[in-house]
Design a protein around this ligand. Structure first.
Ligand SMILES: *Cc1c(COP(=O)(O)O)cnc(C)c1O
Length: 230
């Protein structure tokens, strides 16, 4: 059995290594720990090792862990699909949302963000694998949506999130991130500072192509066992 502490050290050294190979500045990639399906105890264990940013995909599951971990100073990220009836809770209980892909959802999040909280940090989810992915805006839709969201008072548009189709080949892992990164450089007037690129299996490729934040679940917490699996 590998411990969470060992996994944490390993993932952090993988990130440092990739940053070194890419010739990018030290510390330019943030680690976001994806804790979906994992118990609050695992989050607490990683927190004690120094991790502060955690991400969840399902609202009910996230709320239950947030209540258990209320005494911890965690920055919570929402990275799952967003239904309209969930926007209020997301606006109340999260610091970041990575999976915005419609103006209507962004408008609701802005309207429902409580006045006593700082603006909600938002990334637009971009579909970079065509039909292989159901969610996310296309590169064609991105500029107009980004401009509209940038005007909403209680949101800060920080950047983009991408989930490419699964791919084992390193060179092919890099390709969609590179295309998206280049397309974003051509967009004028948006000051994006967050490229939410990379998960356990393609972290190095993502860091090579400009990621500023990797979302890592399995490599930190071990395999997930969805409810109902033997
Ligand atoms: C589950 C999930 C991750 C983490 O995936 P791993 O392969 O376990 O690292 C990252 N991003 C999103 C959007 C996810 O849903």
């Amino acid at each position: 059995m590998t411990s969470i502490a060992e996994r944490y050290q390993h993932v952090r050294s993988q990130i440092r290594h990739a940053i070194g190979i890419a010739g990018r500045p030290k510390g330019c990639v943030q680690l976001l720990a994806v804790s979906k399906t994992k118990p609050a105890e695992d989050i607490a264990a990683l927190y004690r090792l120094g991790q502060r940013h955690f991400a969840e995909n399902y609202l009910q599951e996230a709320r239950s862990k947030q209540q258990k971990l209320a005494a911890f100073n965690i920055t919570w990220h929402f990275i799952g699909p967003i239904q309209s009836n969930k926007t209020s809770a997301i606006a109340h209980y999260f610091d970041w949302v990575h999976s915005v892909d419609r103006l209507k959802i962004a408008q609701r999040l802005s309207e429902q963000r409580p006045a006593h909280l700082p603006p909600l940090n938002v990334c637009l989810q971009v579909n970079i694998s065509g039909e292989a992915s159901k969610s996310g805006v296309t590169l064609t839709e991105l500029p107009d949506l980004a401009q509209a969201i940038a005007l909403l008072p209680n949101l800060v548009l920080r950047g983009v999130m991408a989930i490419p189709a699964p791919e084992d080949n390193y060179a092919r892992q890099r390709q969609p991130y590179r295309a998206l990164y280049q397309a974003l450089q051509a967009l004028e007037g948006l000051s994006l500072d967050t490229y939410s690129f990379g998960m356990s299996g393609d972290l190095k490729a993502a860091v090579m192509e400009g990621s500023t934040l990797v979302r890592v679940g399995t490599a930190l917490f071990g395999e997930r066992h969805p409810l109902g699996d033997p």
